[in-house]
Write a protein that binds this ligand. Structure first.
Ligand code: DQA
Length: 148
């Protein structure tokens, strides 16, 4: 298999996830985003896929990266939209605009938390979701993406 044949999976992280590890560890755990990235690189190697791992605090940048995933012919996108999950029609429209299946990922389970987290615009367009498993949510979501 040449590098060009290896399925590419984008992993996009939204606002405040750059602070993972120090940010409300009782909710999100003590792994940093770099730890999550390292965990996923290892899993990607086992699964025979490549990942493009990014984080932004800016909604439009996440929209641009969803478009980029489509243009790059990505197999799937794992998207932890963080707070934008619950507010962003722009993310929903981008998910619907692209051909690439999006898997919604959360460390916590928003459905078990405050009511304002119960709405998920991302979920309205996502093909699947994995939530509530801490950093393992990403690993399970990558397994699902690799099987698509
Ligand atoms: C989160 C859940 C969101 O409600 C919250 O705004 C986040 C993180 C999670 O991974 O559990 O920033 O997406």
């Amino acid at each position: 298999m040449s590098a060009a044949d290896v399925p590419l999976i984008y992993v996009l992280n939204g606002p405040n996830l750059n602070l993972l590890g120090m940010r409300e560890p009782e909710i999100y755990g003590s792994d940093s985003l770099d730890d999550v990235h390292a965990m996923l690189e290892e899993k990607a190697g086992e699964l025979g896929v490549a990942i493009e791992f990014r984080q932004s605090n800016h909604e439009g940048e996440l929209v641009d990266w969803l478009h980029e995933a489509h243009a790059a012919g990505a197999r799937a996108v794992l998207l932890n939209g963080a707070a934008y999950t619950h507010t962003s029609i722009a993310l929903l429209d981008a998910i619907k605009a692209i051909d690439v299946p999006v898997i919604e990922v959360h460390l916590s389970d928003p459905a078990q938390r405050e009511e304002f987290r119960h709405i998920s615009y991302v979920g309205m367009g996502a093909a699947d979701e994995v939530k509530g498993l801490g950093a393992q949510s990403y690993v399970v979501a990558l397994e699902k993406a690799a099987a698509l």
